[in-house]
Every structure is written in C-alpha cells, then in structure tokens.
Design a protein around this ligand. Structure first.
Ligand SMILES: [Fe+2]
Length: 187
C-alpha cells in the first residue's frame, strides 16, 4: 500500500516528528517531485505517489532514534513495515546510503529520494558540495574513517545526479528555483 499525503502527515504526528524535520521533509518532497515529473516527461515509468510518500516519510525514524545511537533509516524502515507500507519501507531504508546503484540501469524512486535528501540542508536547497561540507563538519570532525565513508557516499550521489540529469531538461543548479515554486498540496 502506498500512503496518501494525508496519511503521511498522520504518521509524522503518530511518530512525533519534530517540526524542523517535518519542514526538511516537505522541501525534500518538493525537490523529489520536480525530478519525478521531469523523468516522467522524459518517458520514464516512475511513480509520483511512491516518491512523494518515500520523501515525506524518509526521516520518520528520526525521533525514535534520538539518543539511542541506532540507525534512523533502519528504524524508519521498521515503522513503515509495521504500518504495512512495504514499498515506502524500501525507499526509507536506503535514503542515507543506496545499497546498489547501476549508472546505466533502470531509474528508481529510491534514487530520487536518496538524491533529493542530499540537496536539502535543514529546509534550504543547496548543492551537493554544500551539503557534503555541512555533513563532514557535523558528523566527521576529526574522525577519519567517518569522513572517508561520507565522501564515498557523496561520490555515489554525484553519479546518481549525473544519471538523473541525463534525462532531465533542467540543470542541478536550477532545481532550487523550480522546487521553491512547486505546489503539490503539502501545506
Ligand atoms: Fe535521514
């Protein structure tokens, strides 16, 4: 089952999503929506409903993870499964790190949510480089192994960016402007 936008907001309340995370998730959804519509216009079979639900709920495990040291994407996956949202669960599970990526393979809802999340810092749309700098500063300070893992993940994200924008008629730079004007009935 794919949850409606209304159900996603009910779930945010049920799992006590913090207001700032809610604002972040709404912006990620706008970015993901612009990309999805663009890919569909290019003839690709991507589900808008799946992308929107995955983007709205990608951080649904965040509040439960606070102070536990547990991975919020795994908690989010479990929350989705508990609510019988299997398709959304797999998108949420891989929003931080994609398990596999084929630059020449099919396009997936997962890739779109993974990429869109990395274009949004708090509730502002930024470049991948700016987001990388923020993540390194926040999580990687003086921790060499973590910095390396973060950089590897962003290298993958750049490949995903290339793959997505190969099909899109706008540039990664114009995404901020396009997404800010996006009205998809979220608020
Ligand atoms: Fe997250």
């Amino acid at each position: 089952m794919i949850p409606s936008i209304e159900t996603c907001f009910e779930l945010m309340d049920k799992y006590q999503m913090l207001e700032n995370i809610k604002a972040h998730s709404i912006v990620v959804t706008k970015v993901a929506h612009v990309i999805t519509v663009g890919l569909r216009n290019a003839g690709l079979d991507i589900s808008i409903e799946k992308v929107v639900a995955g983007a709205l709920l990608h951080d649904i495990g965040k509040t439960s993870s606070l102070g536990t040291g547990r991975d919020h994407s795994e908690i989010g996956r479990q929350i989705c499964l508990e609510n019988h949202l299997d398709e959304t669960a797999s998108i949420v599970a891989e929003h931080v790190r994609l398990k596999s990526h084929n630059p020449n393979g099919d396009y997936s809802e997962k890739e779109i949510v993974y990429y869109s999340d990395k274009r949004v810092n708090h509730d502002g749309i930024v470049s991948l480089e700016d987001r990388l700098a923020y993540i390194l500063d926040r999580y990687g300070r003086d921790k060499e192994g973590i910095c390396r893992a973060i950089r590897i993940n962003f290298e993958l994200c750049k490949k995903v960016e290339k793959k997505l924008f190969k099909k899109l008629t706008f540039s990664p730079e114009s995404l901020a402007h396009l997404a800010e004007n996006e009205e998809i009935g979220l608020t």
